[in-house]
Design a protein around this ligand. Structure first.
Ligand code: ZN
Length: 446
């Protein structure tokens, strides 16, 4: 049986991930992601209404036209977690394949919402929720298994495709967090076992390959956040926190810290509402009872008016806008575009890092400058990453001992850095560690 990897997207950028694996006549697609900064450049772009070919031209979604030349049948579309750079292009591309979309329960729910918001295409692929630890028979020769991992969104897994020639592991994205805030640590025992059974190919993320050591646990982020928030107990000034709305573990930490200092946690913003409410309804997280959530602009402004009347010190808003995104709650506050007024001594906490691209730097600078002009104090980088560091990758390779590796989920600087790292561990470039770009094909020999 011939095994081929088609690196469709996410090999020249962080975003728009899509990889296909063909085993004989059966094809499995991993992820269909969206690259958000490509859409933000076009300010008037309304993604829900756009055609996939236009989005491909903007390099916002993977160029899956390469799939036309691949002989075989797509049997499944598999998504490992609910970040938009992994599921965001499903509404534009999935309908072209007559195959179910398989993902973890929380991811499946987010995908359902993504597809429901689509205006241009009718996406009728069957959604199948597979829990971490679960298996799914794809064809006579192929079985899919989800292995529990940790990342900056809950219910993340590594996808393992068991083939007659050994396992193919798709590890986008992961972090080896041994003391997570929500859920269990990665299933190391199972990974080691799969390594013993034989791994033909590892397709792995590499965004933090140049960071030395291990990625700090989410417990460290909790300590950072708590250390700052609980030092203001008797303070009468506002405390405003912005973070990734999809980072449910962080939202849990923030709401608990607010509760601890006697302030009501209030989650604000459309995406904040979507991720937190979905997680809560699925009983994947429990926020303190005093927590409330408001999504749309009108209700956000109404609760802001209430805060101004009752006293800002009674609340802790947790809001969108850590990258200075236009239209987000923090950006609107900075622009004086909400009833919520900041004044001297008020505090704005960023439980996030700037995602490094020039547009984010610019927008973040603008927002931060406006906030400072009100006299607000800024507390930055109360955050840890969701992606493995160099020594995590070292451990990973030693657990699996893969015959071949394809670094993915990064630009060429990152994938090349990974290839260099792998060559230090005994791999040889283009023989068993393969540098790929978008739209390429690789036949994997045992
Ligand atoms: Zn991710």
């Amino acid at each position: 049986m011939e095994i081929e990897v088609i690196t469709v997207g996410g090999y020249e950028e962080v975003g728009r991930n899509m990889t296909a694996v063909r085993c004989g006549k059966d094809i499995v697609i991993f992820d269909m992601g969206l690259r958000l900064d490509r859409i933000m450049i076009h300010e008037d772009a309304e993604v829900e209404n756009m055609h996939s070919l236009d989005l491909i031209q903007m390099k916002a979604i993977p160029d899956d036209t390469v799939m036309n030349g691949i002989e075989g049948t797509v049997r499944a579309i598999v998504c490992t977690h609910g970040h938009l750079d992994h599921i965001g292009a499903l509404p534009k591309l999935a309908h072209r394949y007559n195959a179910p979309i398989i993902s973890t329960p929380y991811t499946t729910e987010l995908i359902r919402q993504q597809i429901a918001g689509e205006q241009k295409f009718g996406v009728n692929n069957k959604l199948f929720a597979l829990k971490a630890g679960g298996k799914y028979t794809i064809s006579q020769n192929l079985t899919l298994e989800f292995v529990r991992t940790q990342h900056s969104i809950i219910d993340s897994v590594m996808a393992v495709l068991h083939t007659p020639h050994g396992a193919i592991i798709y590890a986008n994205d992961f972090k080896f967090d041994r003391t997570p805030v929500i859920g269990e640590p990665p299933d190391f025992a199972r990974l080691i076992q799969i390594g013993k059974e034989g791994v033909l190919l590892l397709i792995t993320e590499c965004v933090n390959i140049t960071s030395k050591g291990r990625a700090p646990s989410e417990r460290i982020a909790r300590d950072l956040v708590r250390d700052v928030i609980t030092s203001f107990e008797d303070d009468k000034n506002a405390i405003l926190v912005t973070t990734f709305s999809s980072h449910v573990a962080r939202l849990k930490t923030l709401t608990e810290c607010a509760h601890e200092i006697g302030r009501k946690p209030v989650l604000l913003g459309r995406s904040m509402e979507r991720y937190s409410t979905t997680a809560e309804q699925m009983k994947l997280v429990a926020f303190p009872k005093s927590t409330s959530v408001f999504g749309n602009r009108r209700t956000v402004d109404r609760i802001f008016r209430r805060m101004m009347k009752e006293g800002k010190e009674k609340f802790m808003p947790i809001i969108t806008g850590h990258q200075g995104e236009p239209g987000s709650v923090l950006t609107r506050i900075g622009a004086g575009d909400t009833p919520y007024r900041l004044e001297k001594g008020d505090k704005v906490l960023f439980s996030a890092k700037v995602i490094p691209n020039p547009m984010n730097f610019g927008q973040r600078y603008l927002t931060e400058t406006r906030l400072r002009m009100t006299g607000a104090r800024i507390f930055d980088e109360l955050h840890v990453t969701g992606h493995a560091y160099r020594e995590d990758h070292y451990d990973f390779i030693h657990m699996l001992n893969p015959q071949h590796i394809v670094p993915s989920h990064g630009d060429l600087k990152m994938t090349a850095a990974y290839a260099e790292f792998a060559s230090e561990l005994g791999y040889t470039l283009q023989k068993d560690v393969h540098l790929m770009t978008n739209g390429q094909r690789l036949t994997v020999h045992k």
